[in-house]
Design a protein around this ligand. Structure first.
Ligand code: ACO
Length: 431
């Protein structure tokens, strides 16, 4: 795996002041520390190119050895030409044009669909023995209002092949799909989604609950071990902001309590008897959150390192959590099982597991993300607002465009946009 995020960010404490919301609203209420964003020098194609090129170079892969490349994104800059086709530019020198896969779109779920497609290809008679690569990348931007602080940016590249140290267990997984208008992008003239924030949170939690029930019963029906907070070592959730992940963990804890897998404290039992309430009851919710703290710290909290510091990377967000877990110095995934929950508004969701099978420290050794995260350039909220205003002014408004963002702020190896010509064709270069 390889992760990429832009080299500029805005601090959430400073955004609280600039937006005039109460102190702690973003940092405690949403659980976010920093939000990554890029200038007009980077777009969805460039961040996907950067992460793919870093993966191939860092792992010394021959460009000819990739037989499938799938992209998941909801950052659309063209209604027909897929980001996957733009990535083919990187294969030209190797003369490799025999690479299946295109871009999948469904809010934050596209990356998981790309992953499942790649696994299915590898398990099929069409597999030609080469690697699959999955890219999940997005630039998450919102209109002014409470959602804006839940933006972010990031890209992930995952190499799929034989004898992997981390194995996706394809035999048991559970999905929940429904028709909801919780977060969607109906306006071609705007980069921003239309969001019903409360509905999106509720649809997410409902999908989580349905997937959890589904994967538990499928696993038990297949004679395999139970999937619960007790029996599973680590958890990664799609993370629009960290607080929703903690709420998700509380939800699973509550469900395990109700199934008798976990034991509530006597105080919680008497409160439940007194109120006859569930998690929607504020007092009960507070008590369950408190009782789940130990397991939360042990099994999930550390997975939010990248998400807390980069914000929502939509399709990449779940895999940012996985990478944070993999690279956490106190975590050893060998012989351990990780449960992953992927959610995309609309809605599409799946739960599946990964098991650590062999030494995977190569992934940690090859990634320099901790260093890159520390060395990013902080920008002021005012600057961030200017960048957003610029994006808004230029979005879809004309064809020929020359970006003005500084190239010297990009880290070596970063692809950047040099121009959009009068036929809307984009040209890129590399730092
Ligand atoms: N100090 C500490 N906490 C505070 C403070 C403060 N000063 N002020 C508010 N809070 C808390 C609130 O109590 C609330 O906590 P709770 O959820 O535990 O009750 C939390 O901060 C959020 O505040 P709200 O006023 O409830 O919500 P807000 O109007 O800011 O909207 C939302 C939050 C809905 C997440 C919005 O940012 C949004 O629409 N984001 C985009 C949609 C989204 O991310 N949906 C999630 C799933 S879909 C997806 O991935 C895109």
């Amino acid at each position: 795996m390889e992760v990429y995020f832009p080299n500029t960010y805005v601090d959430q404490e400073e955004l609280e002041v600039a937006y005039g919301v109460g102190k702690g609203k973003h940092t405690v209420g949403l659980g976010q520390h920093k939000m990554a964003f890029s200038s007009d020098r980077e777009d969805i194609n460039s961040i996907a190119m950067t992460v793919l090129s870093n993966l191939v170079n860092n792992y010394g892969i021959d460009w000819k050895d990739i037989g499938r490349l799938e992209v998941g994104t909801e950052t659309l800059i063209d209604k027909s030409k897929s980001t996957k086709t733009c990535l083919m530019e990187l294969f030209k020198n190797a003369g490799n044009y025999d690479i299946e896969g295109v871009t999948t779109v469904n809010a934050c779920y596209g990356g998981t669909n790309a992953l499942f497609n790649t696994l299915n290809w590898m398990e099929s008679s069409a597999w030609d023995g080469r690697y699959g690569v999955v890219i999940a990348a997005d630039l998450a931007v919102y209109a002014k209002g409470p959602a804006r602080a839940t933006g972010g940016a990031g890209a992930v590249a995952i190499l799929i092949g034989e004898n992997a140290p981390l194995v996706i267990e394809t035999s048991i997984r559970s999905s929940f799909f429904d028709n909801q208008y919780d977060f969607y992008k109906p306006d071609p003239n705007s980069e921003y989604p239309t969001v019903d924030g409360v509905l999106s949170q509720n649809t997410y939690i409902n999908a989580l609950s349905k997937c959890y029930a589904g994967i538990k019963s499928k696993s038990l029906a297949a004679g395999k071990e139970d999937i619960s907070l007790r029996d599973t070592d680590y958890f990664c959730f799609h993370s629009p902001y960290s607080k929703l992940v903690q709420k998700s963990f509380t939800q699973l804890y509550w469900e395990d309590l109700n199934r008798g897998i976990l034991t509530p404290s006597p105080e919680l039992v008497s409160k439940m008897e007194e109120t006859k309430g569930g998690l929607k009851n504020k007092e009960i919710n507070k008590m369950v959150t408190k009782e789940s703290q130990g397991l939360w710290k042990e099994k999930t909290d550390m997975s939010l390192h990248l998400g807390r510091n980069c914000g929502n990377s939509y399709t990449g967000s779940l895999y940012f959590c996985l990478m944070s877990l993999i690279c956490d110095p106190n975590v050893d995934l060998t012989d351990k099982r990780v449960l992953l929950f992927s959610y995309g508004s609309g809605c599409a969701s799946s739960m599946f597991t990964i098991r650590g099978k062999a030494d995977y420290t190569d992934i940690i050794a090859k990634s320099d993300y901790h260093e890159r995260l520390e060395n990013r350039i902080k920008k002021s909220p005012e600057f961030y607002e200017e960048v957003m205003a610029e994006r808004e002014a230029h979005y879809g408004s004309h064809a020929a465009y020359t970006p003005t963002g500084p190239i010297d702020e990009l880290v070596p190896g970063t692809y950047y946009l040099t121009a959009i010509d009068d036929k809307w064709r984009r040209e890129y270069s590399k730092v």
